[in-house]
Design a protein around this ligand. Structure first.
Ligand SMILES: [Ca+2]
Ligand SMILES: [Ca+2]
Ligand SMILES: [Ca+2]
Ligand SMILES: [Ca+2]
Length: 252
């Protein structure tokens, strides 16, 4: 990969939502509460991608991870852009593996104050899972985390056991065998993330997020997706009980 500094061009501006050009009708308070301008330049174009903001270099501005497919050869990319202020973003040359249709999430898994990067999803015809420790400059070092390689994955960082470090919620299709896969991967503090065997329903083509829905101080797990290759849908909330996770069912 190459580095490239790209300066954005302002290519357009927007009218307040719902107001036709030339209309004499004043916009409502709701319509004028916000406006957004489209900038066409800062980033390369991809499909089947994902992205996440994070100030990985700790200089106070948000940087970006962008993954997906580019050009007619369907090449896979995973690009880290450093925010250089204004609309200038520098695409870095890093060791982050090219990948399409993954999820990419910033998180300080080792608690050293900088953001590291987790990517999971589908690569060159196979599932992948990659954890990169940020080591300064443009250096991202791959860590063998033991997190399962999953197709069409969804991932979220969260400290599910309240021990001060970030754990991982992962869903997707496993590299082999039918059905989906869902796991809570505990951060052991040494770079490994073993599956705690929480008994979650496996889901692929999925979404997975942490959230303390019952406000008891611990993170609960919410999953949605297809439970197997016959495409049976499921959306399930698992309450964190401190010593395990319980599926909370809606009463009839
Ligand atoms: Ca930054
Ligand atoms: Ca870190
Ligand atoms: Ca933890
Ligand atoms: Ca909770």
């Amino acid at each position: 990969m190459r580095s490239a500094t790209v300066t954005a061009l302002l290519v357009g501006s927007v009218l307040a939502c719902g107001v036709a050009a030339g209309s004499a009708k004043p916009p409502s308070a709701h319509a004028t509460s916000a406006s957004f301008s489209y900038y066409g330049g800062p980033f390369d174009q991809v499909t089947a991608g994902t992205l996440d903001w994070g100030d990985f270099d700790g200089d106070g501005d948000l940087d970006l991870i962008l993954t997906g497919v580019v050009n007619d050869n369907n090449d896979l990319v995973a690009w880290v852009y450093r925010n250089d202020g204004g609309l200038a973003f520098t695409r870095l040359t890093t060791a982050v593996q090219d990948a399409a249709t993954p999820q990419a999430r910033w998180g300080d898994y080792d608690g050293d104050g900088d953001l590291d990067l987790l990517i999971a999803g589908t690569g060159e015809g196979t599932g992948l899972s990659r954890l990169y420790r940020y080591d300064g400059g443009s250096t991202f070092t791959e860590i063998l985390s033991g997190i399962l390689e999953a197709h069409y994955a969804s991932i979220d960082w969260g400290d599910q056991d309240n021990d001060g470090d970030l754990d991982v919620l992962l869903t997707g299709f496993p590299p082999s065998g039918p059905g989906g896969y869902s796991a809570i991967c505990r951060n052991d503090g040494a770079g490994l993330f073993p599956d705690i065997g929480a008994g979650l329903v496996g889901v692929g083509y999925s979404g997975a997020v942490w959230g303390d829905y019952d406000s008891d101080g611990d993170l609960d797990a919410l999953l949605t997706g297809f439970t197997d290759n016959s495409f049976l849908p499921a959306t399930r909330l698992y309450r964190n009980d401190g010593n395990g996770f319980s599926w909370t069912r809606r009463l009839p």
